[in-house]
Design a protein around this ligand. Structure first.
Ligand SMILES: NC(=O)C1=CN([C@@H]2O[C@H](COP(=O)(O)OP(=O)(O)OC[C@H]3O[C@@H](n4cnc5c(N)ncnc54)[C@H](O)[C@@H]3O)[C@@H](O)[C@H]2O)C=CC1
Ligand SMILES: O=C(O)C(=O)COP(=O)(O)O
Length: 537
């Protein structure tokens, strides 16, 4: 019989978007999700069952207890978003998600205070033997001598990983009268100084601190960061606190250090395997444990549920959520400024690729004007515009670079200060084809193409467009217009650009409907018409 701890709770809404939630999520988040999607909650679902049902869902929301492995991701035929109602994403195969263009979002701000408070709570628990004293009293004992503790005031707190949680732990430790050291190789010295914290090497921190609190993410470079060698650097009176991830500590080496009296104690909220199969950790007299409760406050859970629900819904709508993990992270203001250009970049690429004879092997993206240093989103938009019309690709800002690489498309970027009297323009130049380059700008908030090849024009980049290259001579526009009129194809706009009077010209004609192939042949047959392309933006 299938083992499901809780009955399926299903809410039907008149929509086809379906979201699966596999771990307890606060009602604040579920309610938001239900406004836009059909939500199924299946808590404690076995892995094989998750793989079996995932093809039915557009989004999956998890906490730390669900292993979102490659097999889950690859089975998720319509999966577009994975939401993590919390911070750590080490239980999600980010590489597999990225390869398939699946957006991973998390909720990193709402639970960091809860995690920091838990680290401080654990520090006091080990410093004052609170769990041991409590257990003794439960056994009916009254022993005021065995549980004499150690003060934290004037002691040294060493924080490994000085991000959101580490920073909050530091503020609290400073408030308790502690000296705070931090080790974080990616942290600017000024940020630590601003918080009254000394940045030191890991070795110095381990050798000096009385309490060492870990706040790094679990990634390859932090796995077993606290190994036998580093434990040996710690003072025999020191305590280790881990509210980060179990995998950051070599648990065997920790037990050995405690058994040999080389470390005073440890407080662990997280384990390399959860729940830990190694019973020595939960039963060790010098270890205080909690079952991964760092984020488990009512307030934090309401916060993460709302934060992740918003991010998942934004991603499903095709918007870039600010907490996207596997995509360029940009400040909200930068994103707002960039958005019209992202649209422009994609449309220009879509136009350019329809003008070349073969799939391009190289694209050169030329930014003119005051563009933000970080052009990853614009580059992704160009790749999306190039690849989507020519294949069965689902390209987004998550997998664009990877897909370009896999297809052998070389992407080169150039930046110039604006020279042509326009503020910011983007040019997309392909290596092969006749109309090898298009340039565009955002004018009055909408994307426009301002140059096709050598011809300056000004056209809205949208809908169906007929592009004719012809010799500039009287009567050409009339002839083309007549053929389209005869075929009952309505023209929405028309523009002509030319290099010089009676030279080469390009005629861009916006169409309300797509003309049949024989109409295009008739236009091609007009004397003086050199090339005819129908493009769809
Ligand atoms: N027990 C629990 O319930 C909770 C656990 N966490 C864990 O705490 C971790 C940290 O969370 P945040 O502070 O929000 O993340 P964060 O990303 O703000 O901070 C992590 C910091 O670690 C630093 N770092 C990375 N590699 C390092 C290395 N090798 N050595 C030293 N520093 C390094 C980074 O530069 C960054 O400043 C999460 O990844 C998660 O695993 C977070 C919330 C709750
Ligand atoms: O946010 C994190 O990284 C956490 O570790 C919290 O995990 P949880 O959501 O309580 O399973």
């Amino acid at each position: 019989m299938q083992e499901v701890a809780q009955p399926i709770e299903r809410t039907h809404r008149p929509t086809t978007t379906r979201i699966l939630v596999t771990e307890p999520l606060a009602e604040s988040g579920l309610a938001l999700l239900r406004e836009e999607a059909e939500v199924d909650t299946r808590y404690k679902i076995p892995h094989e069952e998750l793989v079996r049902i995932i093809p039915e869902y557009d989004a999956l929301i998890v906490r730390s207890g669900t292993k979102v492995t490659r097999d889950v991701i690859e089975a998720g035929e319509r999966l577009r978003v994975i939401g993590r109602a919390g911070t750590g994403v080490d239980n999600i195969d980010l590489r597999a998600a990225t390869e398939r263009g699946i957006i991973v979002v998390n909720a990193p701000t709402a639970n960091c205070i809860a995690a920091a408070e838990h680290a401080i709570a654990l520090m006091f628990a080990v410093a004052r033997n609170i769990p041991q004293a409590h257990q003794a009293m439960q056994r009916g004992e009254w022993d005021r001598h065995r549980f004499v503790g150690t003060a934290v005031v004037d002691k040294v707190m060493g924080i490994v990983g000085f991000g959101r949680v580490g920073g909050e732990v530091a503020r609290r430790a400073r408030g308790l009268g502690m000296r705070v050291l931090a080790y974080d190789p990616y942290l600017p010295r000024e940020r630590a100084q601003a918080l009254g914290v000394e940045l030191v090497s890991l070795e110095e921190l381990l050798a000096t601190a009385d309490f060492i609190s870990l706040h790094v993410p679990l990634v390859e470079s932090t796995r077993n960061l606290i190994n036998a060698e580093r434990l040996a650097l710690m003072k025999p009176t020191a305590y280790l606190i881990n509210v980060a991830r179990g995998g950051v500590v070599d648990e065997d080496a920790l037990i050995q250090a405690l058994d040999e009296g080389r470390l005073a104690g440890a407080a662990l909220d997280v384990f390399s395997e959860e729940p830990p199969r190694d019973t020595r950790l939960a039963t060790h007299p010098k270890i205080v444990t909690t079952p991964h409760l760092g984020a488990s406050t009512t307030e934090a859970q309401i916060g993460v549920a709302t934060e992740v629900a918003r991010a998942v819904l934004m991603s499903l709508r095709g918007e870039l959520a600010p907490t996207t993990v596997n995509a360029p992270m940009l400040a909200p203001e930068t994103l707002r400024e960039l958005r019209p250009f992202v649209d422009l970049a994609e449309r220009l690429a879509r136009l350019a690729v329809q003008l070349v004879a073969h799939g391009p092997s190289e694209v050169r993206i030329i930014y003119r004007g005051a563009f933000n240093e970080d052009t990853r989103l614009l580059r992704a938009a160009v790749i999306k515009g190039l690849l989507e019309p020519i294949g069965e690709y689902h390209v987004n800002f998550v997998n664009a670079d990877l897909l370009a690489q896999q297809r052998g498309l070389r992407v080169v970027e150039e930046r110039h200060t604006a020279t042509d009297g326009l503020s910011e323009t983007i040019e997309v130049r392909l290596t092969n084809g006749d109309y090898h380059s298009v340039q565009g700008a955002v004018l009055r908030g909408s994307p426009r193409v301002i140059r096709i090849g050598d011809f300056w024009i000004d056209l809205e980049l949208q809908g169906c467009m007929l592009l004719c290259r012809n010799q500039d001579r009287p009567g050409m526009i009339g002839k083309v217009g007549a053929i389209l009129g005869e075929a009952d194809v309505n023209i929405s706009f028309m523009q002509v650009g030319r290099d010089q009077p009676r030279g080469q010209a390009v005629m861009a004609i916006g169409l309300d409907e797509e003309p049949p192939a024989d109409v295009l042949d008739q236009i091609r047959a007009i004397e003086g018409i050199e090339d005819v392309r129908l493009v769809e933006i």
